[in-house]
Design a protein around this ligand. Structure first.
Ligand SMILES: CC(C)(COP(=O)(O)OP(=O)(O)OC[C@H]1O[C@@H](n2cnc3c(N)ncnc32)[C@H](O)[C@@H]1OP(=O)(O)O)[C@@H](O)C(=O)NCCC(=O)NCCS
Length: 135
């Protein structure tokens, strides 16, 4: 399966919402903000198979020391085929070696991030003000 993984791709609302809804992510309920957020990210990476959007991830960063990876989704029909790992690898072409690369891992995604070299963040506790309902 030939998948194209690309930084700085342009995205359309319909294809993005399809992936977010397929994974039950509540940000799909705020399509205008979601599209604006993805397009305003420090980096946006997409995975496409025959033109179809099947994976997406983004990064926000100060460009020097710290990067945060807020979103990482692969369409359920295409999971466990190395696409998530390829998305992160592409992002890390920009952020490899940064002092801090941080993210919030969903319980089900912990194994995935451990595979990518992430580990629990010492004695820190994740904290947030959050308007979603999942997690
Ligand atoms: C998490 C997610 C992005 C992983 O993407 P993916 O394309 O399925 O992952 P990959 O195929 O690249 O996985 C690479 C390796 O990570 C590990 N891995 C992936 N998913 C895993 C899981 N659910 N549990 C344990 N390990 C996992 C495996 O070692 C895997 O290699 P293998 O398939 O050869 O065993 C995808 O499952 C997804 O979109 N989930 C829903 C949204 C989500 O939870 N995103 C993360 C938010 S924090």
């Amino acid at each position: 399966m030939e998948v194209e993984v690309q930084l700085g791709d342009s995205i359309e609302a319909g294809e993005v919402l399809e992936i977010y809804r397929a994974n039950d992510w509540s940000s799909a309920d705020k399509p205008d903000q979601l599209l604006a957020a993805l397009r305003s990210s420090h980096s946006l990476v997409t995975a496409r198979f025959q033109g179809r959007l099947i994976g997406i991830a983004n990064a926000i960063s100060d460009a020097h020391l710290v990067v945060c990876y807020p979103h990482m989704l692969v369409h359920p029909d295409f999971q466990r085929r190395g696409i998530g790992a390829a998305l992160m690898k592409k992002l890390q072409t920009r952020y490899h070696g940064f002092h801090q690369q941080i993210l919030l891992a969903d319980g089900d995604a912990v194994g995935f991030y451990e595979y990518l070299g992430f580990s629990r963040a010492g004695k820190t506790v994740p904290m947030w003000i959050y308007q979603g309902t999942e997690h």
